[in-house]
Design a protein around this ligand. Structure first.
Ligand code: BGC
Ligand code: NOJ
Length: 825
């Protein structure tokens, strides 16, 4: 069953009924101010940090789901309704929600009154704009009362949902004209406040939730709206909200537009007040805040025209970004995902890391060291400068020995002590991210940037030294078989081989009840074999020949170790536990074969020359493949194993315990391209791509335009159901797999390699790629029906010579467009 469709020309997903199988959301915002926006106008917004500076309140895991957002209530002709369907679940005569690039539109109608809402965050301002247009489509005059509604969060979202003994007494607001100012804690330690404003005079307002709704009413039944009269309530403690009451009249055919601004404003410390609070005065005269920044913001968006201009700018920004990589192909589902939605999701994961989605509460997780490096892989071609500074931020949280804080906080950019360190794959991802940046840009100067260790300027060294410490950390932390020690966990956060937790509530990721110094990871060895050659190549290209040689040897030795201790006969092992027992081997009762080590080992080229790579991928297909993607391991763990940790705590088929963990499916896709099996590679690509499951929404449930972290595996009762959309490394890896390995347009140190690996049925496609200040229009002719192999390439009509790496387009850097014709076969 379908709930909408892709409008490719508009780059929008159009949702045609509001009761989607789960809230289908979009992200508003590009750099500092963000909103999560569902297809029924639910969600919330924050400035820079979803935990510390949250403007509006949102209740996760609520019943009904997704209640809370920016709501508009309409009273007309004796009827009261909410045009975004929620929260009243009004029976609408029309409904449509269009999620686009950084904006969403909802349009609906009831009783001859049409409603149109466009919501977005302007490029350079810290606010959400909601432009509302009402149109009288009937032949009679209409008197309409509109009530707006947002509920403020008392800034720190964690405190906001836990510390009620304090919170119920601290809420403060001011109202002036048509603007409601939320100023809780402004008098003491904050110099910021939030506004909720509209660009027309209002008939009244409310700022106290209980007064507006009635204590025992939900958002679907606000007392004030039914009474058609605002109370001009002033919040004092409890729950501050913002509600405007607008009375308007619409003649037949007439339209009226209102601009609402939900914004964040900051004042310099010495200019906080228009009239400072007087210590001698009673509590009700706490001072008048300096409204200058709010007034400037309201002034800027005081007209519909100004809003439309800002929206145009946003559209131009996205056109320019997405113009940097786009595909034309017969397979529309692949083309739209690769050209638009996959890259859009990569931008969102770059911005959010794993902080705020409908599955991440925005209070728990900062920026992941591992996650942010991987996110870069799908983002670096969009805005290389931002990728550059992100790499430097991440590196600054590294410890001097090369290990890393697993997470850092976006506001302070400091490592997060609560989660700590010891995830032994982390250091290697820094090499992976930095190498991707250099391949994209050719900018080796990043290696010379001085970057602190552990945020301590005194410990600053060049980024190159950071990479070296990453490389060496792996080499100096090996176990009995010479394989890298796993530490707290590797990429699989749930393979906690030194945790041995028997205490409820203990964190699997930070607890070590048993520091074995023995448990080893074949996956880390394979990651080392994959990124190590990049490190060696970077050394070679920057005049560090000796180090390049040392690195090359270390990689070869690690590959040897994997061959000796990491091969199980038909596939690669996964790990050795704290007793030196195999994980992911044929003699294991459960967890005999894992996806991760097999994908990464083949990506690294291990076993390519002697048939083991093919054997490994055939085993993956035989044992792990399903119609919805490849499960993480089999058989699923049926019991809890303290020596394995969180992985065995999940019910079979979910999450890391044999769920389809989409993040590492592209590793198999890429590995298949190394074998030249284009048909199989594309098959694995399609299985996790949501656009191919658009007709299967009732089972899959989540947005058909973005990847999810997990789809329930075949051991789970809900096999095929997706969870955790948006913030997942799947986005970056899926984009790498399609753009660089299937379509085969891959940045390498010398230029842009053309090396497609496609199903033989894919007869032609073309890619436009911006690369180091030139544009390449690459058409690929595969009338030969090959799966891999390029016969010839012409660049602007001249035959290109094949190098040892294959056909590599030089970085022309002339700002011009170049025609590239590729013949497969
Ligand atoms: C999840 C992992 C996640 C980890 C870290 C676990 O509960 O299963 O997917 O990476 O928590 O927060
Ligand atoms: C989600 C985490 O964000 C990521 O870092 C980890 O690799 C996967 N889960 C697998 O556990």
């Amino acid at each position: 069953m379908k709930f909408g469709y892709f409008d490719d020309d508009a780059r929008e997903y159009v949702i045609t009924r509001p009761d989607t199988p789960y809230p289908w959301i979009n992200y508003l915002g590009s750099e500092n101010f963000y909103g999560l926006f569902s297809n029924t106008s639910g969600g919330y917004c924050f400035y820079r940090d979803a935990r510390m500076l949250r403007l509006t309140r949102y209740r996760y895991n609520n019943a009904p789901t997704d209640s809370g957002g920016r709501y508009f209530y309409i009273c007309e002709g004796g009827d009261v309704w909410t045009p975004s369907w929620m929260p009243m679940k009004s029976a609408l005569d029309r409904y449509e929600c269009r999620h686009g690039m950084g904006y969403s539109r909802i349009s609906s109608a009831k009783n001859g009154l049409a409603f149109a809402q466009i919501s977005f965050v302007p490029l350079k301002d810290n606010c959400e704009i909601h432009k509302i247009t009402l149109t009288n489509e009937s032949t009679a005059d209409k008197d309409v009362d509109i009530f707006s509604f947002v509920e403020f969060c008392l800034w720190n979202a964690f405190d906001d949902m836990t510390n009620f003994q304090r919170n119920y007494s601290i809420g403060e607001v001011e109202v002036e004209g048509s603007c409601i100012y939320h100023k809780t804690e402004y008098r003491e330690r904050r110099s910021h406040y939030a506004i909720w404003a509209v660009n027309v005079p209002i008939a009244g307002f409310d700022t106290d939730r209980e007064t507006f709704l009635g204590l025992y009413n939900g958002f679907d039944c606000p007392k004030t709206v039914f009474a058609k009269k605002a109370n001009n309530s002033a919040a004092s403690g409890w729950a501050p909200i913002g509600s405007h009451h607008i009375r308007t009249h619409l003649a037949p055919g007439e339209s009226k537009t209102f601009v609402f601004t939900l914004g964040y404003c900051e004042n310099p410390d010495n200019q906080k007040w228009e009239r400072a609070p007087q210590p001698s005065e009673a509590n009700n005269a706490l001072g008048v805040i300096n409204k200058a920044p709010a007034k400037a913001l309201m002034e800027k968006y005081s007209t519909a025209e100004a809003v439309d201009r800002a929206l145009d700018e946003l559209n131009r920004y996205w056109s320019a970004l997405l113009g940097r990589f786009s595909v034309e192909a017969e397979d529309k589902r692949m083309a739209r995902m690769a050209s638009v939605w996959n890259q859009y999701q990569c931008m969102v994961t770059f911005n959010m890391s794993r902080s705020a989605s409908y599955f991440e509460s925005g209070i728990g997780r900062g920026m992941g060291f591992r996650d942010s490096n991987q996110d870069l892989l799908g983002f670096v071609h969009l805005v290389p400068e931002r990728a550059r500074s992100r790499i430097l931020d991440i590196a600054a949280t590294q410890f001097p020995d090369g290990s890393a804080y697993h997470q850092y906080q976006p506001l302070t950019k400091r490592g997060n002590n609560d989660v700590g360190s010891g995830f032994n794959d982390d250091p290697l991802w820094l090499i992976c991210g930095a190498a991707a940046y250099i391949r994209e840009t050719g900018d080796y100067s990043i290696l010379d940037e001085k970057v602190p260790f552990d945020n301590d300027e005194k410990l600053a060294e060049s980024l190159f030294i950071h990479l070296k410490r990453s490389f060496d950390y792996t080499l100096t932390h090996t176990g009995p078989h010479g394989l890298p020690l796993i530490g707290r966990a590797d990429w699989n956060d749930c393979l906690n081989l030194n945790c041995f937790s028997k205490t409820p509530g203990e964190s699997f990721q930070t607890t070590a009840n048993f520091e074995s110094g023995i448990a080893e990871s074949v996956l880390i060895a394979a990651i080392f074999a994959f990124v190590g050659p990049d490190y060696a190549e970077i050394c070679r290209r920057t005049g560090r020949a000796e180090e390049a040689e040392r690195a090359g040897k270390a990689v070869a030795a690690m590959v040897e170790t994997v061959n000796r201790h990491g091969w199980d006969g038909n596939w690669f092992l996964r790990a050795y536990d704290a007793y030196g027992k195999k994980i992911g081997g044929r003699e294991c009762e459960d967890g005999q074969i894992f996806i991760e080590s097999n994908g990464f080992a083949v990506m690294a080229g291990i076993g390519l020359e002697d048939g083991r790579a093919q054997k490994a991928l055939d085993s993956v297909k035989e044992r792990l493949d399903t119609p919805y993607g490849i499960v993480l391991q089999q058989p699923a763990y049926k019991e809890y194993h303290p020596e394995l940790g969180e992985i065995s705590s999940y019910p079979p088929g979910y999450k890391e315990n044999a769920g389809i963990f989409c993040h590492n499916n592209p590793w198999i896709t890429i590995a298949e391209t190394r074998l030249g099996r284009g048909t199989r590679a594309f098959e694995t690509y399609k299985k996790i791509n949501p656009a191919y499951r658009e007709d299967d929404n009732l089972l899959r449930r989540l947005e058909p335009y973005v990847y999810a972290q997990m789809v329930a595996g075949r051991d789970a009762p809900r096999f095929g159901e997706a969870k955790n959309s948006w913030l997942t490394g799947t986005a970056a890896w899926a984009f790498v797999s399609i753009s660089q390995y299937i379509l085969g347009i891959r940045p390498v140190f010398d230029g842009l390699l053309i090396d497609p690996c496609v199903p033989s049925s894919m007869k032609n496609f073309s890619v436009t790629r911006h690369f180091r200040n030139a544009v390449y229009r690459i058409t690929v002719d595969n009338t030969a029906g090959a799966e891999k192999g390029v016969k010839s390439v012409t660049l602007d009509g001249q035959a290109l010579e094949r190098s040892a790496d294959g056909f590599v387009l030089p970085a022309l850097g002339d700002g011009k467009t170049h025609e590239v014709i590729t013949l497969m076969g």
